[in-house]
Design a binder for this molecule. Structure first.
Ligand SMILES: Nc1ncnc2c1ncn2[C@@H]1O[C@H](COP(=O)(O)OP(=O)(O)OP(=O)(O)O)[C@@H](O)[C@H]1O
Length: 269
């Protein structure tokens, strides 16, 4: 079996380290819950990683710490050689819902992070870049469309553009396609892979789907609760580019089963 299980933090591709978490822990003072304990991980340039685990194992807490929204209680988070101490321009985030402003066109939504950061003139100057991104995600011709006229998948494509417009060093993805139907979700995952490959993006995905984690990732972090921790690191050595028909191969099945049984062990404890 190719799933390499390790308690330690592996190098997940040959790229150089971009993002490092060392011994990160989080205890919520209000209820003394140890949401995270001793998390170590390294994201290398151009790698795709996913974290999977049961409800309450600390995935959201981990993502909030990585994005600088909340501080860790212990440990260090370093992105591009600088400690993460708050929200940062070089961190891109994407959520389950597209959260586009209904009164702004698609293009105006995409350049919004630039407008907030650098003002209206800078946002206008970024229109060309926004158009190029829309083309990258297959939304050419939808620049002046309003969000209400976009399908769920199209709206998420637009939010990918909004995330990419500031050229972040790392993409933090919080179940970005879980609100979409299964067919669209599969398709969007392949699109996400294409976009990440084109831009050599470093991505970190939170998901509840083992299949999604395996088909997209170089490394899957399996988390377990009480206290929330990384219990296993599974290297996914399926060839790239990944295709949806790989999901029917024995190797894919083995990797999914391996992760499922690792999660089940905890569930039935
Ligand atoms: N703001 C908070 N204050 C106190 N406890 C919290 C807070 N946020 C999360 N927790 C607790 O920390 C633990 C981890 O929660 P977290 O939301 O990170 O888990 P999760 O893996 O993202 O769950 P889910 O998959 O259900 O979203 C849980 O026990 C939760 O009750």
């Amino acid at each position: 079996m190719q799933a390499a299980a390790a308690k330690t933090d592996p190098a997940n591709t040959t790229g150089e380290p971009v993002y490092q978490l060392r011994n990160v822990g989080k205890t919520y003072a209000r209820n003394a819950i140890v949401a995270l304990e001793g998390v170590n991980l390294t994201l290398n340039k151009g790698s795709f990683s996913a974290v999977i685990g049961s409800s309450g194992c600390g995935k959201s807490t981990l993502l909030k710490i990585m994005s600088g929204l909340i501080p860790p209680s212990t440990g260090r988070v370093v992105l591009q050689d600088r400690p993460v101490t708050g929200p940062r321009r070089d961190i891109g985030m994407m959520f389950q819902q597209a959260t586009l402003f209904p009164w702004r066109t698609t293009l105006e939504n995409i350049v919004l992070p630039i407008e907030i950061r650098d003002g209206k003139a800078a946002a206008k100057a970024a229109h060309e870049q926004g158009r190029a991104l829309l083309e990258l995600v297959g939304l050419k011709g939808f620049e002046n469309t309003y969000p209400s006229e976009l399908s769920g998948g199209m709206a998420q494509r637009a939010s990918i553009c909004r995330m990419l417009i500031t050229e972040p060093a790392v993409l933090l993805l919080d179940e970005p396609f879980s609100a979409l139907d299964e067919l669209t979700r599969d398709f969007m995952n392949m699109e996400l892979q294409r976009i990440c490959t084109t831009r050599n993006a470093t991505a970190f995905l939170v998901t509840h789907s083992i299949q999604e984690a395996v088909i997209l990732s170089d490394v899957v972090y399996v988390m377990k609760p009480r206290p929330g921790r990384v219990a296993e690191v599974v290297t996914i050595d399926l060839p790239r580019p990944r295709t949806l028909d790989m999901m029917t191969t024995p190797k894919f099945g083995e990797l999914v089963e391996h992760i499922r049984s690792s999660l089940d062990k905890e569930a039935f404890k």
